[in-house]
Design a protein around this ligand. Structure first.
Ligand SMILES: Nc1nc2c(c(=O)[nH]1)N[C@H]1C(S)=C(S)[C@@H](COP(=O)(O)O)O[C@H]1N2
Ligand SMILES: [Mo]
Length: 318
């Protein structure tokens, strides 16, 4: 008997395959039960993708800034990752991130602001209307994806903290816990992973506080339960599994800048005209495609963000 009754099937068995086949609209239209009966026949899916609930987010708004490009398949989005806390290989995070416990979770918002406080994950999920934002993600190593994230502008959270005039930057810190993140036992980076933005970059409506992808919660390997996504910058600026957001007067010391300052600057805006010291950034390989495509200035988001850098030399502030 191949088809099991829906009650025998954990929701987590259903979602990845449904998503891999890009049948989300079908699920919405047909209802989850019908989809469950039809799709749960085979159980092949990436292991940590089970972190998805199968329930999805109700009332997801269609997001702003459509790009009119096909999303990278769910399977690639969740099995080809950079998340050095779980190993340095692209397949390592999907294999190893099962040790991360995304609940309970909270994010402390602190530093130069009038209203510092700790936000529980459930409070963050309710803070503002969740949208689906389909963004290009360009990795500094030369590959890219298109990912349907779920979240809302980080500005929604920032404004509630009432940043002080001294708050010139925002620092993001990933969880530090070698038990949950075994890669932190290796001195690849100076843990915890830290990233940062200028406060106007952090307040830009493109900058997304991200709580999901493909219509459901974030799989562990993609930075569960909450991360930042900054689509006009190289992927490493988008810190995963964050526990702290801090307003600072000084430019944050970021993990990659500390490791190799000559190669990874604070700004790291996607720019096909500014090469990495060891390779060109002019072209990129979209995961799933064979021929390389040209890399777009600001990853294609120049209209929204170019004005943030007026008068700054991109070769100096790389
Ligand atoms: N904490 C943490 N955040 C991280 C990384 C990491 O190693 N650790 N890798 C970055 C890099 S280099 C990229 S390209 C993106 C990849 O995000 P994705 O795996 O969800 O596509 O996450 C970024 N965020
Ligand atoms: Mo990256």
């Amino acid at each position: 008997m191949l088809i099991r009754r829906p009650s025998d099937i954990a929701p987590s068995e259903i979602t990845p395959r449904a998503l891999f086949e890009d049948r989300r609209q079908f699920i919405r239209d047909a209802g989850l039960f019908a989809a469950a009966a039809g799709l749960a026949v085979t159980g092949v899916h990436p292991r940590s993708a089970r972190a998805q609930t199968g329930k999805g987010f109700p009332n997801l708004k269609k997001g702003a800034y459509p790009i009119g490009e096909a999303s990278t398949p769910f399977k690639d989005v969740t099995s080809y990752n950079n998340f050095y806390e779980f190993g340095t290989g692209k397949e390592d995070p999907a294999e190893n991130a099962g040790t991360l416990k995304p609940r309970p979770w909270s994010v402390s918002v602190e530093g130069e602001c009038a209203k510092p406080r700790r936000w529980d994950l459930d409070e963050l999920l309710k803070l503002a209307a969740l949208e689906e934002r389909i963004y290009r993600l360009r990795c500094v190593e030369g590959w890219s994806m298109v990912i349907p994230w779920v979240g809302y502008p980080l500005a929604e959270l920032i404004k509630r903290a009432e940043p002080a005039s001294k708050a010139k930057y925002v620092e993001f810190t990933t969880l530090m816990d070698p038990k949950q993140m075994p890669g932190q036992r290796m001195a690849v980076l100076d843990w915890p992973y830290v990233e940062g933005l200028r406060i106007d970059e952090a307040m830009n409506p493109l900058t997304l506080l991200t709580l999901g992808l493909y219509g459901d919660v974030l799989p562990n390997q993609n930075g569960a339960p909450v991360r930042v996504v900054v689509p006009w910058k190289y992927g490493f600026k988008s810190a995963k599994s964050i526990v702290r957001i801090r307003f600072t007067e000084q430019e944050p010391r970021t993990a990659w800048n500390k490791a190799i300052a000559s190669e990874y600057g604070f700004y790291s805006n996607v720019n096909p005209q500014v090469d990495h010291p060891r390779w060109s950034q002019a072209r990129e390989r979209r995961i799933g495609e064979f021929t390389k495509r040209p890399t777009l200035m600001f990853n294609g988001y120049g209209e929204q963000v170019a004005s943030l850098y007026t008068g700054m030399d991109p070769k100096k502030f790389f």
